[in-house]
Write a protein that binds this ligand. Structure first.
Ligand code: G3I
Length: 302
């Protein structure tokens, strides 16, 4: 193939990007988006603060614009994200206990129902584990409603959209030896054993380059996959975009049958949440970087 999406498709995978609704009017942006990518993840537009700014008042305009652009251009959509400690609207931030639990499940039910049939994968729960050596859950208002909040979220999403693939998504779960990776692994193993509906794990993969790209990343991907879930690289970006690291990540995904695809967290460096680090595949003026060539070559090799 001559583009990321077409080349990934030849390997039975997708190649996607985060998309911001307010950039869809930038033709330099949409030219690259439509040419290169066959999957999109709304960068902010499906988060709780965006979709339910006031309790029980849902707002889907920006997310719907991305979904309709995706559908018109044959791109699959990853929904991001139904339950998260961050980017909660003020009304939810101030809630706790049963009221918050009920608000969470209502939010999931309403949003997953609205997008039923249009979202291939949902990040049902995002970033629920703590960093560091504890292997514990992250403290949050959602966690304080009870340790079962994650499985309750997955069951609510499954009931609302039985055909969507339901993912747990997190960062710093790339190194197989990290306590956080092991803790997420044990949760997924437990969910599979008890029949909690989980289909996939998303590894965000925000790398800082060099030693931050773990040499055992492929082991992590294949270990999660061996639990009977798909794995997705959901928010890839790498400080200074070294071609080697991008090539290695691509090859690691291709080496694991259940690694379904790669999503980069933005198109041009100027679109990135860490734009000062130039971590993406295209320059601010839309030129392909060496990392782009490395990824494309990896997708087309073998
Ligand atoms: O839209 C408002 C704008 O109206 C306002 O003037 C401006 C002033 O700060 O803020 C704008 O909103 C910002 C929004 O991005 C859109 O640009 C928010 O402040 C800013 O917090 C928000 O940042 C997003 C961040 O998540 C928030 O948690 C980033 O774009 C987004 O890339 C980032 O994505 C996360 C994933 O969801 C989860 N994994 C980590 C990843 C990177 O942090």
């Amino acid at each position: 193939g001559t583009t990321l999406g077409a080349s990934a498709a030849e390997k039975g995978r997708y190649f996607g990007t985060a998309v911001a609704a307010n950039r869809l009017s930038d033709s330099a942006y949409t030219t690259i988006l439509n040419r290169e990518f066959n999957q999109v993840t709304p960068e902010n537009e499906m988060k709780i603060d965006a979709t339910e700014p006031q309790q029980n008042q849902f707002s889907y305009g920006a997310a719907d614009r991305i979904v309709s652009h995706a559908r018109a251009n044959g791109m699959q959509v990853r929904g991001h994200t139904l339950a998260w400690h961050a980017q909660q609207p003020p009304w939810m931030q101030s809630m706790s206990g049963t009221a918050l639990r009920n608000a969470m499940t209502n939010h999931i039910t309403q949003v997953a129902t609205h997008f039923r049939g249009q979202v291939a994968w949902w990040d049902v729960v995002n970033e629920a584990f703590a960093d560091g050596s504890s292997g514990a859950r992250r403290d949050s208002n959602l966690q304080r409603t009870g340790n079962d909040w994650i499985e309750v979220a997955f069951r609510a999403a499954d009931a609302a959209d039985p055909n969507a693939q339901l993912c747990y998504n997190d960062y710093n779960i790339d190194n197989w030896n990290d306590a956080k990776t092991q803790a997420v692994y044990r949760m997924v193993q437990d969910f599979k054993q008890r029949g909690v509906p989980i289909d996939c794990v998303g590894l965000q993969s925000h790398f800082t380059g060099g030693s931050n790209y773990p040499s055992n990343y492929r082991t992590t991907l294949s270990s999660f996959a061996a639990l009977g879930v798909d794995v997705h690289i959901t928010e890839l970006d790498i400080r200074n975009a070294p071609a080697d690291a991008y090539r290695n990540v691509t090859n690691d995904c291709l080496a694991v049958a259940r690694c379904k695809g790669i999503t980069v967290w933005g198109i041009r460096d100027s679109d990135s949440w860490r734009s000062g680090e130039s971590p993406l595949l295209f320059t601010g003026s839309g030129q392909k970087k060496p990392a782009y060539d490395a990824v494309l070559a990896a997708l087309n090799s073998g």
